[in-house]
Ligand binder design. Structure first.
Ligand code: C2O
Ligand code: CU
Length: 620
């Protein structure tokens, strides 16, 4: 929906700019009429967009551009003098309408700042004055096509400078990082807590110990080809970590030959900051030949995963990840468990399912309670279908759903980095689970002895977590309001980067590490609003904290409390989430489309009293 608005908006603007250019040469009445039609269409679009996707979008895109789009018409109608003024208005219209196209595609990536306001409002006025002066003094000596050529060259110049300038932000080193206090109290204390002191328990408490060695290995992947993968202990997916609530887990990581160095991040697990595995924030990268030990208490049960957090896009993509399951202290019912991931992009880009703890059973006895813990290691949200039985979603990102209800003919959309626990009772016929893109059909479970077929149809209904399960009071009490309110607007910029023109992904118009940090004090209750103005999905992942979803596109959630660590925000969507700042440290908050993270879409959540002895921003 939003993509349509955005796309047609750009097309209408380009149409208008082209027409104005033609108009310069032939000032025919029908051209004016056609231009007016384009204007009305554009304004209509803005109006419909306001209703359907909210004022936030309109304020920033349509609202900013409106004066630029409307002003040539106003001038045309009010300035009737055909000789000098008439010519002037035409030239002005050509420049300003091309400039509007430039602004929408390159220059309004977030909250408009003072400079953007000047560009949208002040610059058009300045241009008109300049044109007036030009006409008055040089009018006779210049041909009018010079205006068109000049305008086009100027816009190309703007584009070129923008492309160069935008990439520069990515290279910024050692700048003074800014803080965003979310409208709350500014408490600039001298940071006294070193992140490296925020560790887990000491070695004597360890109850589960693992040794992981990261190395390269040639291996055949689901599509049958042989590839070089980067793996922990030579396994795809990495060695399964399965512990019981209360265990103290220790993992010693050794890097055999991953040149750029590695770390391990416990995705979705709220470990103490020093164990979080973010290079240059909580530790130095583990270089070839080096080792590093992580230790933390597994105090929360659920489905989690771990992955390398250095150059994650490359490293997770090549296989450096695995499952991390914490079983509850007492198991509620007997279950057959299957753990798996949607493969990351280098391993298989068609959504193949990778088993995470040995083999996936072919036969399951009817009546068996089955739990499939499924994670998405891919960069894009995945459409997953379970056919052949009714099922329930027992947990999202390791957080139990309160009173889940039966689902059928519903597909699941699992965000990049997200997990869902799917439970069902095995019927007396086949059940299959597959990714919509996967032509091989995914996993098929036969009921013992029989060979039946489960439908491979893709249902139309999507699972809606905001309406699923039953309401329940949460530990997060917002009755006294929030201490901080943050807004994060997602968009993109084009830039020359790595020798090519790339999309760089922005938060509030800025690229990491220039994005101001979200500043909190320990104990703060925080509300964050996500606004996705771009045309790509952004699975937002906050380290060290769980977020409670409050609203989706303005409507309050009505089902079970929806706790998440990775929330997929679609183009045109707005979410409000809340979390309690109860885990001191410096935490990444980033898009889990890891390519987007590499290209700028990262930032920090920073507790005001904590500092890092490392360089302070990760070179992810
Ligand atoms: Cu799963 Cu910061 O990552
Ligand atoms: Cu993204």
């Amino acid at each position: 929906m939003y993509m349509m608005f955005f796309g047609s908006s750009v097309l209408l603007l380009i149409g208008m700019a082209v027409l104005w250019s033609v108009f310069l040469f032939r000032g025919r009445r029908w051209l004016t009429l056609l231009n007016i039609f384009f204007l009305l269409a554009w304004l209509g679009l803005a109006l419909v967009a306001t209703w359907s996707i909210g004022w936030e979008f309109i304020r920033q895109i349509f609202g900013m551009l409106a004066p630029m789009v409307v002003s040539p018409f106003i001038l045309l109608v009010t300035v009737r003098d055909r000789s000098v003024w008439g010519q002037l208005v035409k030239r002005y219209a050509v420049f300003v309408s091309w400039f509007a196209v430039y602004m929408i595609t390159f220059q309004i990536p977030a909250f408009p700042d003072g400079w953007t306001y000047f560009e949208c409002f002040g610059l058009p006025i300045l241009v008109f004055i300049l044109l007036y002066a030009w006409d008055k003094w040089f009018g006779r000596r210049f041909y009018r096509h010079w205006i068109v050529i000049g305008s086009v060259l100027m816009i190309l110049g703007f584009i070129f400078i923008s492309l160069l300038w935008n990439a520069k932000a990515m290279q910024d080193e050692g700048h003074a990082m800014q803080g965003n206090w979310g409208g709350g109290k500014v408490t600039t204390v001298k940071p006294s807590v070193d992140v490296t002191t925020l560790t887990g328990p000491d070695a004597t408490a360890v109850t589960k110990q693992y040794d992981f060695t990261a190395a390269k290995k040639n291996m055949s992947v689901p599509d049958g080809s042989e590839k070089e993968l980067w793996l922990f202990n030579g396994q795809l997916t990495g060695p399964a970590i399965r512990v019981t609530q209360g265990d103290v887990v220790e993992v010693t990581l050794t890097n055999k030959n991953i040149e750029d160095g590695i770390t391990i991040h416990w995705h979705g697990y709220d470990v103490p900051n020093a164990e979080d595995g973010v290079p240059d924030i909580s530790q130095k990268v583990v270089a070839v030949g080096e080792s590093y030990t992580y230790r933390f208490t597994a105090d929360t049960a659920g489905t989690f995963w771990y992955h390398s957090h250095n150059q994650s896009s490359e490293q997770v993509g090549h296989g450096l990840f695995g499952s991390f399951i914490v079983e509850p202290k007492k198991q509620v019912k007997e279950e057959l468990e299957i753990v798996g991931f949607v493969a990351p992009k280098y391993v298989d880009s068609s959504g193949a399912l990778l088993p995470a703890n040995g083999k996936v059973p072919k036969n399951i006895k009817p009546g068996t309670n089955v739990r499939i813990r499924l994670g998405n290691a891919h960069n894009k949200p995945q459409k997953l279908i379970l056919n052949g039985t009714t099922f329930q979603i027992a947990a999202i990102d390791g957080n139990l759903i309160h009173k889940p209800t039966d689902l059928k003919e519903t597909y699941l959309q699992i965000p990049a980095g997200g997990r869902m626990d799917i439970t069902f009772t095995m019927p007396n016929h086949a059940v299959c689970l597959f990714d919509a893109k996967d032509a091989t059909g995914g996993w098929v479970f036969q009921s013992t002895g029989e060979n039946t077929k489960a439908s491979t149809e893709i249902p139309d209904n999507v699972f809606k977590p905001e309406k699923y399960g039953e309401k329940q009071a949460t530990t997060l009490d917002a009755s006294d309001g929030f201490d901080r309110l943050f807004t994060m607007v997602f968009d993109s910029k084009l830039a020359f980067f790595d020798g090519m023109v790339h999309h760089l992904w922005t938060i509030n118009g800025e690229l990491y590490p220039n994005t101001p940090m979200l500043m909190v004090n320990e104990g703060d209750l925080v509300k964050t609003t996500f606004v996705n103005r771009s045309y790509s999905h952004h699975p937002m992942h906050l380290h060290g904290h769980k977020m409670l979803v409050l609203t989706r596109n303005g409507a309050a959630t009505t089902g079970s409390p929806w706790w998440t660590d990775t929330l997929n925000v679609k183009p045109g969507e707005t979410y409000e989430v809340a979390f309690k700042a109860d885990n001191p440290g410096i935490w990444m908050d980033h898009c889990h489309n890891l390519d987007h993270a590499t290209n700028g879409m990262m930032m920090h959540l920073q507790y005001n009293n904590v500092y890092t002895p490392f360089s302070g921003h990760t070179h992810e």
